[in-house]
Design a binder for this molecule. Structure first.
Ligand code: 5BU
Length: 237
């Protein structure tokens, strides 16, 4: 999955992940169709849709194919392996049937990652090694232990959700990026694409409200794409 993403970034000249945090299916599908050409990955929270239906993910897959992006379901699995297996493959969302990428909090330990790996065919997993929110409970030691788990489960573990580069053999996707805001009222902390990529060494930026809450998302997304791809290239020389 890592090689696939790296090729996609070069091909689309985009290291941008759109966090499509919409609560209506029609808004999610419209954004995916209108902005799909600007992104490498579409990140979903499928369980926040109030009108999810079995066709939603088929339509998302069709748009992913049309615009050549990957689907990353930000489910943040964080339970024992046995429970996670059902959350991943079952329920109404059947995440393993459509998502190209998933993520997990490594807190429960190896059994969780093994369970996700057992149920995956083509998917890659990102481990949450750090968070963007103010006063989160992740310590430097926890991050190091996450790195060790990632090495053990590579290449199924493709990379990290993190705030700074941890190990160049993995992809580093970072949330908490905005060109217009420093944070929100509930502890989210933002830095700019330049800070995230050049200073902190991340490979891909995850942007939600900076784009989708902007008065002109279609213009704004191209601004994020161009800026962040420019910094991506500067990092890789
Ligand atoms: P925003 O609108 O750009 O703030 O959205 C950020 C997204 O990234 C949102 O979907 C969160 O669930 C997600 N996120 C985050 O913001 N910070 C983290 O540390 C992790 C995920 Br992990």
């Amino acid at each position: 999955v890592k090689e696939k993403i790296t090729r996609l970034i070069q091909h689309k000249e985009s290291n941008l992940v759109l966090s499509a945090d919409f609560t209506r299916e029609e808004e999610l599908l419209q954004a995916a169709d209108q902005m799909g050409s600007s992104i490498a990955i579409l990140k979903t929270h499928i369980d926040i849709l109030e009108n999810f239906n079995p066709e939603t993910t088929l339509k998302l897959q069709a748009l992913a194919k049309k615009h050549n992006f990957l689907l990353f379901e930000d489910r943040k699995f964080a339970d024992i392996g046995s429970t996670v297996e059902k959350q991943y493959t079952g329920g109404i969302y059947k995440i393993s049937s459509w998502a190209d990428m998933i993520n997990a909090h490594p807190l429960p330990g190896e059994g969780l990652i093994q369970s996700l790996k057992n149920q995956s065919t083509r998917q890659g997993c990102l481990l949450i090694a750090e968070m963007s929110s103010q006063s989160n409970l992740i310590s430097a030691d926890y991050t190091l232990k996450t790195l060790a788990l990632a090495r053990k489960f590579a290449p199924f573990v493709t990379g990290f959700i993190c705030q700074k580069r941890l190990d160049p053999q993995f992809l580093h996707l970072t949330p908490g990026v905005s060109l217009s805001s420093k944070g929100d009222a509930l502890g989210q902390k933002y830095r700019t694409p330049e800070e995230a990529i050049i200073r902190d060494g991340c490979d891909m930026i995850i942007v939600g409200r900076g784009i989708i809450s902007h008065s002109n998302p279609l213009v704004e997304i191209e601004r994020y794409r161009k800026e962040s791809f420019h910094f991506f290239l500067a990092n890789s020389v």
